[in-house]
Design a protein around this ligand. Structure first.
Ligand code: NAD
Length: 367
């Protein structure tokens, strides 16, 4: 295990902004990218925060993302839009697509925006939370590089295809479910690799279907299609792994079949001749304006009542507490603001590398 230090949130956020700007992202857009990443760290989602900074660095350097984002509107109605992200910064594309969905919903009750040629946009939950903060319900899904094997297969075919949904409540935080359709997602495997910890058996399989627990090997083998993540529910049908597989497929369809985008193995980031190319991801954003259905206060109350009833349900023997989605992330925020963002030795080395390569001054005392 590697030694972890904690770095103040504002320092990490500023460093990410400086990095994106040094890579050529315009200031206003670098602010959005850094906000999505720091929101992940604040919510305790280590897999998609500063830990992913070098991943964006690598992709921009390799020409798989454009540092400047120019979104093309292909088709638009009052309630719908089809956008081409043109391989810009995923966070900026997603932020603007959700903004559009929210604005349409406020006017017409709902807004549905699909995107093709998007790039990795970080935590899916950021975008429906934008809707919830403004009193709307929001849903976001995206496809991703193949990683999940279908039930009865060992071949990675579907991305970790997250589903994120948020609804405002009258409690201390909105309901916010934000998770992959695999048991663990690729980012968690990266976190385990950096922390030098094994993957729990039952999450990743090799080409023969046997458990693979070494995260470094798993990351290497995903690229060669000789390892795969198991869908929610796990291998086979005993614990209904087919439901995770089916949900991942539903996300793939919402992410590709509405926007005319590419899907599954065409998202690997390689052209048929083996050259690297953009990932060409597809996304789907939905916003629902509650006031077009019932008064917002009534909806907040009902959602709050549902959440509280679940929290107050009879506890299983030995269990101390029942959570609802979004609760742990809400509580993490206060703690991480006080303690700082955890950075272990392997991540520190990555941040030093980015800092030195881009000649970003002013962070030597932190990493
Ligand atoms: N952009 C991409 O391509 C991509 C792909 C996969 C995942 N992701 C992101 O990775 C992040 C982490 O995903 P993950 O699959 O590791 O999430 P996870 O397995 O940690 O699940 C998180 C969800 O479960 C809820 N939760 C946790 N404990 C709970 C409990 N006891 N009771 C009720 N709910 C509980 C959380 O509130 C949260 O909504 C997400 O933000 C996701 O969007 C992004």
């Amino acid at each position: 295990m590697t030694q972890t230090t904690h770095i103040p949130v504002d320092i990490i956020e500023r460093f990410m902004r400086d990095t994106f700007q040094a890579l050529g992202v315009p200031e206003e857009e670098a602010v959005i990218c850094a906000d999505v990443l720091i929101t992940s760290d604040l919510r305790g989602i280590e897999s998609h925060g500063v830990g992913r900074l070098k991943y964006y660095y690598d992709r921009i350097q390799r020409g798989q993302h454009r540092a400047t984002t120019e979104i093309k509107i292909i088709k638009e109605t009052e309630t719908t839009a089809l956008l081409d992200g043109q391989h810009g910064m995923g966070h900026v594309i997603a932020y603007r697509a959700m903004r559009m969905a929210i604005d349409k919903a406020k006017q017409y009750g709902l807004g549905a925006v699909t995107v093709r040629n998007g790039t990795h946009f970080g935590i899916a939950g950021y975008y429906p939370l934008m809707a919830a903060q403004e009193g709307l319900m929001g849903l976001t899904v995206t496809n991703a590089r193949p990683a999940i094997a279908p039930t009865f297969s060992t071949e990675p075919m579907l991305g970790t295809n997250p589903i994120a949904f948020a609804a405002p409540s009258d409690g201390p935080h909105p309901f916010c479910f934000d998770g992959a359709t695999s048991i663990i997602q690729r980012g968690k495997v990266e976190v385990l690799a950096r922390a030098e910890k094994p993957i729990a058996p039952g999450c990743v399989i090799d080409a023969e279907g046997d458990p693979l627990t070494d995260p470094v090997q798993a990351l290497e083998n995903f690229g060669k299609a000789t390892a795969a993540l198991l869908p929610l529910g796990g291998a086979g049908e005993e614990l209904a792994g087919y439901k995770g597989y089916d949900l991942a497929t539903m996300v793939e369809i919402l992410s590709a079949s509405l926007c005319g985008g590419v899907f599954m193995k065409d998202l690997l980031g390689f052209a048929p001749d083996g050259a690297q190319r953009p990932y060409m991801l597809g996304h789907f954003f939905l916003a629902l304006d509650i006031e077009h259905f019932i008064p917002l206060a009534d909806s907040r109350l009902i959602t709050g009542q549902i959440m509280r009833a679940l929290q107050e349900a009879r506890k299983a023997p030995g269990a101390e507490r029942i959570y609802v989605a979004g609760e742990k992330e809400h509580e993490n925020e206060q703690r991480i603001r006080e303690q700082g963002v955890p950075v272990n030795a392997n991540l520190r080395r990555e941040l030093q590398f980015v800092r030195d390569e881009l000649h970003i001054p002013g962070y030597e005392e932190y990493f």
